[in-house]
Every structure is written in C-alpha cells, then in structure tokens.
Design a protein around this ligand. Structure first.
Ligand SMILES: Cc1ncc(COP(=O)(O)O)c(C=O)c1O
Length: 381
C-alpha cells in the first residue's frame, strides 16, 4: 500500500513529535465514501452513518456536510451527535436490553427507534401506548447465516432481533412503523445482502403501516484496498428490489442504510514510532510507542484484523524486499499487546515510523482505558 503525498507530508511534518502516536484521516476520502451512498438511485432513502465506527466530532461534521444522517446505539453517542448539530429526524437509535430509564431518555430525543425483542416492545407499549416504533428482525435461517468479523448477526447463533416466530406473534402489527435488519459486517457478497433483504420484504407484507425498511450496514472494506465493495452493482440491485417491494406493498417505502466501516475505514491511518527492536533468531520483534488499547482492532480481533503496515524512514516510504518475519508489539507489559504477528517486513530500525492503514473505522472509537494509555490525537487533512 502506498501512502499518498498528503498523508506522507503530514506525517513528515510531525516527525519531531517523536513520542506521539496518533490517527490521521483523509477528509476527501471520507466525503467520497459518503457520496457513493448518496448516489444510490432509489429516491426515497435515508443514509445514516453508524457512529460506533467513528464518533470524532470532526469526522461527524464531514459526514453531515455530505448530507448523511446518523445511527447511534447509546445515549452517549446520541448526546455527542446532538452537539454536532444533527436534528431529530436525522437520527436513528437502535440498541438492545434498554432499561425503562434509557428507553424514556432515548424517546425524549424524538428520534426513530428500533427495538430488539418482544419484551422491549411490551415495555415500550406500556410507556408510550400510542407511539408506533420500529423493530429489529432476525430472519433466522431463511438465508444461511454468515459468520462475519464480529460473529453472527442473523440466525440461531445471533443474540439480536426478533426471531421469525416472535415477529409472527406481534399482536398489533399496525403499531410497527419500520423493520430493521443487520446481516453482518465487512461483507462483499451482494447476493447475500439481497437474499436477506428479500426475506425482510416477505415479513413486511404482514405489517400494514410500515414507513421504512432499514437494511443496516455491513459493506466490506479490504485490508490493502485491493478489493472494493461493488457499490454500482449494489445500487442497481437494491434499487430494483425496493421498487419491487414498494409495488407489492402498495406504497413507496423508505430505504434506510446504516454504513459504518466503509465510510472512514480506508481514510484513516494509525501512526507510531519504533522505540525498540529485539532480535530473536531470524525474527524481529518490533516495539512501538503505542499500545493496542489505543488502536484496539488487533486486540479485539487478533485473527482477522490484518492492517496493512507501511514504514517511513528519513521521510520516505520504505519499499524493499519484505524478508524478515516481524511481530509488532505495544509498549506495555500485557502479553497480548500485539499489533501484527509474523508479517514480512524489511529490516527495521529504532526511529522508523510505522503506519497502519485501514484504521479509520472501529479504531479510535474503540479506545480503552485498560493499561493506562491516553486516547490518541486525531488529525484531519
Ligand atoms: C445495527 C447496526 N447498523 C449498522 C452498523 C454498521 O455496520 P458496518 O460498520 O458493518 O457497516 C452496525 C455495526 O455494528 C450495527 O450494529
């Protein structure tokens, strides 16, 4: 992966700040990713960025300027996005196991809410008997479920949403104004999306007062940018499907999408410096001035979070034979503080800069207090 000049120049101009690890984002890339969803042809649509992927206010402002709305799953994020200026009608709140207090709090923002279970619906109807609401659906095994990065989001192995049986048992279906589905994350297979959406569409026919179908997010991002999500095919197929559904339903239903990872994933980089090197036979163990609690994807998903690694030496990106088995570790005593294990890199030196690509989503927003390292600064260029 080659760093573009804008990112490289920023890093070089900050080189004297040797002991600060930080995130840097390419603003234009974020805007472009917002635009690909705005370009979806189906007219009656609303695109909501999933803020768990990135909650930085500056990031959210870029999203807002691109006329993208937001989806949140917590009160804290609801408050954060309100500060950035998102209006009620631009916000979706979907979560699970809400207490009475949190449910009332979320409702007081007057945003669109999707509930996760029959008990949550009962609780809602007791609190707000006249107010229609959305539900999150688990389509069960109607489509063979995928296990994605974070496990299963549909089918028997998923904890989330109403099962088909629970959906059928909802007594007053006219009080449900929207159906929500989230099929998994980091998916490239458009057939899978469409097959799942079709199952939701079948369910929709039993609900007489629907306003929207929310198909969630899950759009894939590849490690090295070598594969792109085929948004053009997705656009054609989702638009075709929504037109068919609206025709059968007898009403132009609103399409809602909640892209997270794909909006900022490739736009973000995590930058740190090499502070120690240990030679172990043919292998180099490379210590950097950061901990995975500051860049937690490798800690949370050690098997699957394979971030591309780039090296800068003397201001230039080092491109050479990658012939040393390398493990990059964090500056703590925690044995699992490992960024990358057994990857091939050139022989490295103390003082080289390490840049992890594909770090704009679920990275800064996952910072943990564990181990005691500060939340890294985030820069936008
Ligand atoms: C309900 C819901 N919608 C959207 C998203 C965003 O997903 P992704 O980042 O895979 O696009 C998530 C992520 O967890 C989610 O739980």
């Amino acid at each position: 992966m080659t760093l573009n000049n804008k990112i490289l120049n920023f890093i070089n101009n900050n080189a004297e700040d040797e002991f600060d690890s930080y995130y840097i984002y390419d603003n234009q890339k974020i805007s472009e990713q917002c635009q690909i969803f705005q370009n979806i042809s189906y007219k009656n649509k609303s695109i909501h960025f999933a803020t768990m992927a990135n909650i930085n206010p500056y990031f959210l402002r870029i999203v807002k300027e691109a006329k993208i709305n937001v989806f949140v799953n917590s009160i804290l994020h609801l408050e954060e996005i309100s500060k950035v200026g998102f209006k009620n009608k631009e916000i979706i709140f979907t979560s699970s196991a809400l207490s009475n207090k949190i449910m009332k709090h979320a409702e007081s923002f007057n945003v669109q809410i999707n509930l996760d279970s029959p008990n949550q619906l009962k609780q809602w109807q007791k609190l707000f008997p006249e107010k229609a609401v959305g539900i999150r659906c688990n389509i069960g095994n109607k489509v063979k479920p995928y296990s994605t990065h974070a496990g299963f989001f549909i089918g028997e192995k998923s904890r989330l949403g109403f099962t088909p049986e629970e959906i059928a048992q909802i007594s007053d279906k006219s009080k449900i104004k929207g159906l929500h589905l989230y099929v998994g994350t980091d998916i490239f297979d458009i057939d899978y999306f469409i097959n799942c959406y079709k199952e939701l569409a079948d369910i929709a026919m039993d609900f007489p007062k629907l306003e929207y179908l929310n198909f969630g997010g899950g759009f894939g991002v590849s490690e090295n940018g070598e594969k792109q999500f085929n948004i053009s095919e997705y656009n054609t197929r989702v638009t075709e499907l929504m037109n068919e559904i609206s025709l059968s339903y007898g009403k132009n239903l609103k399409l809602i999408l909640e892209p997270g990872r794909i909006i900022g994933g490739e736009a973000g980089y995590f930058v740190s410096n090499i502070t120690d090197i240990k030679k172990r036979g043919d292998k180099q163990l490379v210590g950097i001035n950061a901990s995975t609690v500051q860049f937690p994807r490798p800690l949370l998903y050690p098997e699957t979070a394979k971030h591309p690694v780039m090296i800068i030496r003397d201001g230039i990106q080092l491109i050479s034979d990658k012939n040393h088995s390398t493990t990059i570790y964090g500056c703590s005593t925690y044995s699992r503080d490992i960024f990358s294990e057994n990857i091939n890199l050139p022989e490295l030196r103390i003082g080289d800069t390490i840049v992890f690509g594909n770090s704009g989503s679920y990275s800064a927003s996952s910072h943990m207090q564990f181990l005691g390292f500060p939340k890294p600064k985030e820069f936008f260029v």
